[in-house]
Design a protein around this ligand. Structure first.
Ligand SMILES: [Mn+2]
Length: 273
């Protein structure tokens, strides 16, 4: 697996505006734009962080290229993004589950698609944001449970440790444990899994489909994929914006105001072989 130039990106505190974080977008950029408008997002002073998975599942996936270009938008690499970031001209794997929007890239000119793949390849595996509360970190899937703290995992990512890079994109164990703990009497607090050297961590990747896409936690690890790409068709699924410094509750949990057209309106299927 080749790697982008920066495995861990670091951001200074935002001293002039607010910081937001959004769960897996999967092409739901119209909904994201509406959520930012509702939050009165100010691109001159505010920042938006993303836990990755900008593409796949939604027809608006090509717009990811424009969002990555915005100076106030900072995303980590998700497992879906990685399939394009590390594609080397070979066939795209057949297991990309796009829910009726397979091969969204067929609507893009080839050069634009290649530029998007290159932009995805530049996304870091982790983001660290300095804040008055301490370090706030973003990793798509989770911090594996066998790492005792954030620092040791971040070092493994910086060193390009392949197991750590893959876990950052694909880990399910920590999220599954978090769901079980959140369902239990401790409501997400499990002292053995606190990351003591950071304020908190945000993750996407594993929505809680058993509990209507609610966000959940494992001590100071917060799982915020609330199913934005399913917001128009599955109960509970929303696009959620959080205050980066306050992960307890979503600031905005947005569903489409009006029914959106079916994701696959036929224009894409006509392009399919
Ligand atoms: Mn995802």
């Amino acid at each position: 697996m080749s790697a982008p130039p920066r495995h861990v990106a670091r951001h200074r505190p935002n001293t002039s505006g607010r910081d937001f974080v959004v769960g897996d977008i999967h092409g739901a950029f119209t909904l994201l734009r509406q959520a930012l408008a509702r939050a009165r997002f100010n691109p001159a002073t505010d920042r938006l962080f993303s836990v990755g998975d900008l593409v796949d599942r939604g027809v608006e996936s090509p717009a990811a290229a424009e969002w990555i270009d915005k100076p106030w938008f900072h995303a980590v690499l998700g497992n879906h993004d990685a399939q394009y970031a590390f594609m080397k001209g070979g066939p795209i794997s057949e297991d990309i589950s796009c829910n009726g929007v397979e091969r969204w890239w067929l609507s893009m000119p080839e050069q634009r698609f290649e530029a998007l793949c290159q932009a995805l390849a530049r996304l870091p595996f982790a983001i660290e944001v300095e804040s008055a509360e301490g370090l706030i970190v973003l990793v798509h899937a989770g911090v594996p449970l066998d790492y005792p703290d954030w620092g040791s995992f971040a070092q493994a990512l910086r060193d390009g440790h392949e197991g750590a890079l893959i876990a950052a994109l694909w880990d399910r164990e920590s999220a599954q444990w978090a769901q079980d703990v959140t369902d239990g009497p401790e409501r997400g607090i499990e002292p053995g899994y606190w990351l003591h050297d950071i304020a908190h961590a945000f993750h996407g990747h594993t929505p809680d489909t058993r509990n209507a896409y609610r966000p959940y936690r494992l001590s100071n690890r917060y799982y915020i994929d609330t199913g934005a790409c399913f917001a128009h068709k599955r109960p509970g699924a929303t696009l959620s914006l959080f205050d980066l410094t306050n992960p307890a509750e979503p600031l905005i949990a947005l569903r489409p105001d009006t029914p959106t057209p079916r994701e696959n309106d036929g224009s894409l299927s006509r392009a399919l072989p």
